[in-house]
Design a protein around this ligand. Sequence first.
Ligand code: 3HC
Length: 279
Amino acid sequence: MKIGVIGTGTMGSGIAQVFIERGYDVILNGISESEIKNGLNIIDKNLDRKVKKEKITLKDKEDILKRIDTCLEINELKECDIVIEAIVENIELKKELFKKLDEIVKEDAILATNTSSLSITEIALSTKRPDKVIGMHFFNPAPVMKLVEIIQGIASSKETVDKVNEICIQISKDSVMVKEAPGFVVNRILIPMINEAIGILGDGIATNEEIDKAMKLGAGHPMGPLELSDLIGNDVVLFIMEILHEEFGDDKYRPHTLLKKMVRGNLLGRKTKNGFYKY
Ligand code: 3HC
């Protein structure tokens, strides 16, 4: 089975890593040589860390990396049995991409999106195979987090769901089946919680360290909500809150003004080396 991954950011490269580590051949598609290089660097560093910890040998690392190929043209994904898209969260770009993919991949190929909150149904309708379009939502860092949300759009078939579930088992991920709805399951719970933490900070009730410590020690979370927001990207957190707010029309999902201000000020978290913490 050949896997195509589109997008070389944290999620795209992380998803590609998951597959090559489990023995699959992957073609990673990026928008430029430098973006592809960045994606490969992320994978290389992650694997180096595993070599240092003696979880894999240097030879294992070399063998894993041999299974990844890269390309700039999506035409080169035509032999893939499944293509997983992990590009920027822009519905028009995704629809355009899926329309093109639909024209080039095999008739029975599955087209999956790693979208964090956009409509699978809407993306699927840009293709002539909506039954084979599905959400495959990985979590950051993808090589570590166990879960994949399998999201069924209105037309996704049971056969597609079953195939994707089988793939998740093969790559040692656990899955949950979700019917399409804004934010699916995890982000509908997690992102408003982060927004609430930002509200607590904005109201001056506790410092960033205190809020994170409270949730780590008081609720057993591996990371506090503000450090997690920095990991996800504060722009991504804002984007998901805006989708929840717009789709449900419920003010309980209103993004906090401090979050908006930080995004306007390019304090996006780890990727800009500045967010709720400095990196
Ligand atoms: N990439 C790859 N591997 C990583 C990594 C990264 N960015 N960060 C840590 N790791 C690996 C480490 O190498 C280590 O591997 P090992 O067990 O084989 O030695 C393992 O993860 C644990 O790392 P550490 O010991 O350094 O640190 P922690 O025990 O604190 O774990 C963490 C780090 C896994 C990130 C943990 O803090 C965690 O689970 N945090 C919560 C993450 C989370 O909630 N993610 C979901 C975000 S929401 C999302 O992605 C959805 C999207 O749509 C917004």
